[in-house]
Write a protein that binds this ligand. Structure first.
Ligand code: GDP
Length: 196
């Protein structure tokens, strides 16, 4: 898929103030600092679509972008940043889970996982919650340029294997690096196919 246009539409605190359009939506979420902003910028080839933030946890709203006037890219707040105050964390959780579980045109959630680490509970739990709620998701292992290929494979296999214990089936997986631009083509092709 060629990206012809990428326009910011709005920021929303949850499902209530999400755009009243019927564009198919693809949401991106992961732990703070997983490389989400960088990946989104790579996908649409814009330097500042999602501002690459130096302060983890700074993006607390759901941001909607209209892509090619055909689908929407949804940038979700990062989870699991320990310095976020507890009360705010609960607010996020409600906003995020309300959107994910209730948004009719949500086609797929891209869950970003840092490929440098062995499986983390917070990511496994989040995927388990998506599966329990019947929300379609795929996994993107980010920052693959930062470790040896063998290590990336090992972490990915371990994650998928642990995930099998919390949900049935195996989600589709992608490997990405903003440095080598790996994963861009595959992710856009996946979205393209999902739109047909
Ligand atoms: P976010 O908090 O999930 O939006 O993460 P950012 O996109 O702000 O990235 C966090 C840090 O990781 C930044 O310093 C990025 O430059 C770096 N980063 C993100 N993706 C990659 C990648 O694929 N390779 C490398 N080497 N660094 C990355």
């Amino acid at each position: 898929m060629k990206i012809i246009s990428a326009e910011f539409e709005t920021s929303a605190a949850g499902i209530e103030d999400s755009p009243a359009w019927n564009l198919p939506e693809f949401a991106f979420i992961g732990r703070s600092n997983v490389g989400k902003s960088s990946l989104l910028n790579l996908l649409v080839m814009k330097k500042d679509l999602a501002r690459v933030s130096a302060r983890p946890g700074a993006t607390q709203l759901v941001n909607f972008f209209r892509i090619n006037r055909k689908w929407a890219l949804v940038d979700m707040p990062g989870y699991g940043y320990s310095k976020t105050p507890q009360a705010l964390r609960e607010g996020f959780r409600e906003a995020v889970s309300g959107y994910l579980a209730g948004r009719e045109q949500l086609r797929c959630v891209f869950v970003l996982i840092d490929s440098r680490h062995s499986p983390q509970k917070i990511d496994l739990n989040f995927c388990g919650w998506l599966a329990e709620n019947g929300i379609p998701f795929v996994l993107v292992f980010t920052k693959t340029d930062k470790s040896k290929a063998g290590k990336v494979k090992e972490n990915m296999a371990a994650f998928v294997s642990e995930l099998r214990e919390v949900c049935d089936g195996e989600p589709r997986t992608f490997l990405s690096s903003t440095k080598t631009q790996a994963g861009r083509g595959e992710i856009l092709e996946f979205i393209d196919l999902a739109l047909r």
